[in-house]
Design a protein around this ligand. Structure first.
Ligand SMILES: Cc1cc2nc3c(=O)[nH]c(=O)nc-3n(C[C@H](O)[C@H](O)[C@H](O)COP(=O)(O)OP(=O)(O)OC[C@H]3O[C@@H](n4cnc5c(N)ncnc54)[C@H](O)[C@@H]3O)c2cc1C
Length: 443
């Protein structure tokens, strides 16, 4: 039986809300402090037409995301399949091409060799403790860009590798260590699972939007969730923790910091945490998501899936995210890796012109969009990047062994603390359950 009777949870994303709901269900009084004026964090819904919601943040899930499925069942949420029927568009060379399936029109042997090398790295990693992977020291020193330089000789492999990494983990290869790349791919279920729609990690979306999971969890917690309260400091003593937000100080037995590592480090702690959560090499995941809204998903009438992969930005890939209820067609464009920084530096009119013009080139049958939404996650003050923080050289060896170790009365949650499905909604939920169990097990 835990001696804990109260907890302050910082961050109302999936991790913080899961932890808070678990604790409340076991009789612990919780307060959730959220900096934004909304819950959900990196899940975020946009209403693009009356009653038609799309995801500006996290969207896709697969059957292996068992904790997310369990939560959805509890919250009475349903999935809707990601639409992938039809041919793909590729703009990877001199000429744009259309072909069935998702394999790009590049040298198949070169790409096959590249995926074999990545598979070898991924298979060798120890997902539950990446820092104990054989040869971890070397793998945590090299960046993925350096690895590509050394191992990928064929120009097609060199062209495709950064696009692949951008799509899988919103990373510029120069930002991540080889160890983190291999860990991320393994933690998410392996390259094939992560990359696949049918049968894979992108098979479905949450009907109505992924943000609904957070909104329904928050409804359960009621007034215990306090919006617009960015936390700035956390002081602990022998009897409890005092958590200072912009609106006051909250006292409890324990605290949970359910934040991305770059934001957790911004909170002043007394006594200081023994180790920082991020280093000078930890980078924000680089993704800008663009949702283009059309009167209908017109590409479908032309036998196209809406899926495309492009060597030139801003839209390095596109996917059909149209609401299943119909009414509008939504083409989502992903601007990832280094391209996200270039795009973010443009003024809004230039951004819009570049995105709309590229979509029209890829799908010439499309009329002018009736809606355009851009969400720049790199510059979101309370996310600092997405899909997740990117662990750079040295990060896993330095931070890994104490990733989840409580700092006295302070416990750590967030998708970046989960070695299972790191970076995904599933990882966030698993971290929330873990941290609640840790607190319930305290003397
Ligand atoms: C564009 C995009 C696409 C993605 N695609 C997918 C996908 O398809 N599938 C998938 O599974 N995952 C995807 N993800 C990742 C997924 O969204 C995250 O893994 C997950 O939502 C993280 O949840 P979390 O609770 O760990 O963190 P967050 O959602 O970041 O929650 C942290 C919360 O803390 C708050 N906060 C920050 N600082 C403070 C402070 N000082 N005081 C108080 N509150 C604070 C934030 O506002 C936020 O609400 C995507 C993310 C993005 C942005």
């Amino acid at each position: 039986m835990s001696g804990v009777t109260s907890a302050v949870v910082v961050g109302a994303g999936l991790a913080g809300l899961t932890a808070a709901a678990d604790l409340l269900a076991r009789g612990i009084e919780v307060t959730v402090l959220e900096a934004r004026e909304r819950v959900g964090g990196r899940t975020h819904g946009l209403e693009v037409a009356p009653g038609r919601w799309i995801d500006a943040g996290a969207a896709y899930l697969g059957e292996r995301h068992t904790e997310l499925h369990a939560l959805m069942a509890e919250l009475d949420l349903k999935t809707t399949p990601t639409t992938m029927t039809g041919a793909s568009r590729f703009a990877l060379g001199a000429e744009d091409t259309t072909r069935d399936g998702r394999f790009p029109p590049l040298n198949a042997v070169a790409l096959g060799d590249m995926f074999e090398l990545l598979d070898e790295l991924t298979a060798a990693v120890r997902p539950e403790a990446p820092w104990l992977t054989p040869d971890a020291e070397r793998l945590d020193t090299l960046t993925a860009a350096q690895w590509a330089e050394q191992h990928l000789a064929h120009p097609d492999a060199r062209l495709f590798f950064p696009l692949f990494l951008g799509e899988m983990m919103a990373a510029d290869p120069a930002d991540v260590s080889v160890l983190h790349m291999a860990f991320y791919l393994r933690s998410g279920g392996g390259i094939r699972y992560l990359n696949a729609f049918e049968g894979g990690a992108q098979q479905d979306r949450i009907a109505g939007g992924a943000h609904l999971a957070c909104e329904r969890l928050a409804e359960r917690l009621g007034a215990r969730v306090r919006l617009g309260e960015p936390v700035t400091a956390l002081h602990q003593d022998a009897d409890g923790v005092s958590v200072r937000s912009a609106l006051g100080t909250h006292r409890a037995d324990v605290a949970v910091l359910a934040l991305p590592p770059l934001l957790a480090d911004a909170i002043e702690q007394r006594p200081p945490a023994p180790a920082r959560r991020a280093s000078g090499r930890t980078a924000p995941g680089c993704a800008v998501k663009i949702n283009l809204v059309y009167p209908t998903p017109g590409w479908r009438d032309h036998g196209l899936s809406g899926w495309s992969v492009n060597a030139e930005g801003p839209l390095l890939s596109t996917v059909d995210d149209s609401p299943p209820e119909g009414g509008v067609g939504v083409l989502t464009g992903f601007v990832t890796g280094g391209e996200a920084h270039r795009f973010a530096a443009l003024d809004p009119a230039a951004q819009r012109a570049a995105a709309v013009e590229q979509a029209a080139r890829l799908f010439p049958m499309l009329p002018e969009p009736i809606g355009y939404h851009v969400t720049d996650w790199v510059n979101e003050q309370y996310s600092k990047g997405c899909y997740a923080a990117l662990f750079g050289p040295g990060d896993w060896l330095r931070q890994g062994p104490t990733l989840t170790e409580p700092h006295q009365r302070v416990h750590w949650a967030g998708t970046e603390t989960s070695t299972e499905y790191f970076g995904l909604m599933e990882g966030a939920i698993r971290s929330g359950h873990r941290v609640a169990a840790e607190i319930l097990a305290r003397p």
